[in-house]
Design a protein around this ligand. Structure first.
Ligand SMILES: [Zn+2]
Length: 268
């Protein structure tokens, strides 16, 4: 599919691409701030990302984490503009060597394409000299590193935000770390979130705070029910409803029970 949507905020442009359109979780927005790209888009969308970039001049790419929708086109973009993308140190080996991608994700995004990267330094900058500060925010993935632009009041959230409330969790996600990362982020001074799935979120700080509140409430409710002797499966039904199609399609790699089982272990 060609570009599905375009987004603008001051000098930031975003393009939404994706082979399968089943909502925000199966499509992806590549953001560009003048000559900087934030994440690379899924590998099976290279044709459209390439077309978009064909009349642009790109100086650098900042990758937030290794997942294929974020890093998939790193090698191609590197070749196209003769650059070495920046990636968090924790992501570099996975991006260079590839990794297992479950069948559902492979269908949606394509498989990883190995790429060489250079380690993201502690501070980066835009061409106007304003700062881009990487903020390590594990939870969704160990390597997830968001980008905070203090002079602009912008926050590029990788997969930290996505939604104010969540019902599903991947088996490799860590809820304790996610909550701690969001607490760290809401202490920063920003207004707008640029989420590669949700889009541009004005009032981003309030939205991120809402997400934290929702997660903390879920943990408290789940733990209260457990104290009353309710089983994990029944807690899922009461708090999140029945498992959906995604749980079965992914073989419960992405499911509601993952979220509840972790919620029962979190120390708030
Ligand atoms: Zn991710």
């Amino acid at each position: 599919m060609p570009i599905r949507n375009r987004y603008h905020h001051q000098n930031v442009e975003g393009i939404r691409v994706g082979k399968v359109d089943m909502g925000i979780n199966t499509t992806f927005i590549v953001y560009r701030i003048d000559d900087i790209l934030i994440d690379c888009g899924p590998p099976n969308q290279w044709q459209f990302v390439q077309e978009y970039l064909s009349d642009k001049s790109i100086r650098q790419v900042f990758i937030t984490h290794h997942h294929e929708d974020h890093s998939g086109n790193a090698a191609n973009i590197g070749k196209m503009f003769n650059l070495l993308p920046y990636a968090p140190a924790l992501s570099q080996k996975k991006i260079a060597e590839g990794y297992y991608v479950p069948p559902v994700q492979r269908l949606v995004w394509g498989g990883p394409i190995p790429a060489d990267t250079q380690t993201m330094p502690e501070e980066l900058s835009l061409s106007d000299g304003s700062r881009v500060i990487p903020v390590h925010t594990p939870g969704h993935a160990k390597d997830l590193t968001c980008l905070f632009l203090p002079e602009k009041g912008w926050f590029f959230s990788g997969d930290l935000y996505i939604s104010r409330s969540i019902k599903y969790f991947r088996s490799d996600e860590n809820l304790q770390q996610l909550i701690e990362s969001i607490r760290k982020v809401v202490a920063l001074d920003f207004e707008v979130i640029f989420c590669p799935h949700r889009g541009i979120v004005e009032n981003g700080k309030a939205a991120m705070t809402d997400k934290l509140n929702h997660l903390e409430a879920l943990v408290e409710q789940a733990q209260d029910l457990q104290k009353q002797g309710v089983s994990s499966k029944k807690i899922v039904k009461r708090l999140l409803g029945k498992e959906g199609m995604l749980s079965y399609l992914s073989g419960f790699n992405i499911s509601k029970i993952n979220l509840i089982e972790q919620a029962l272990k979190v120390m708030l």
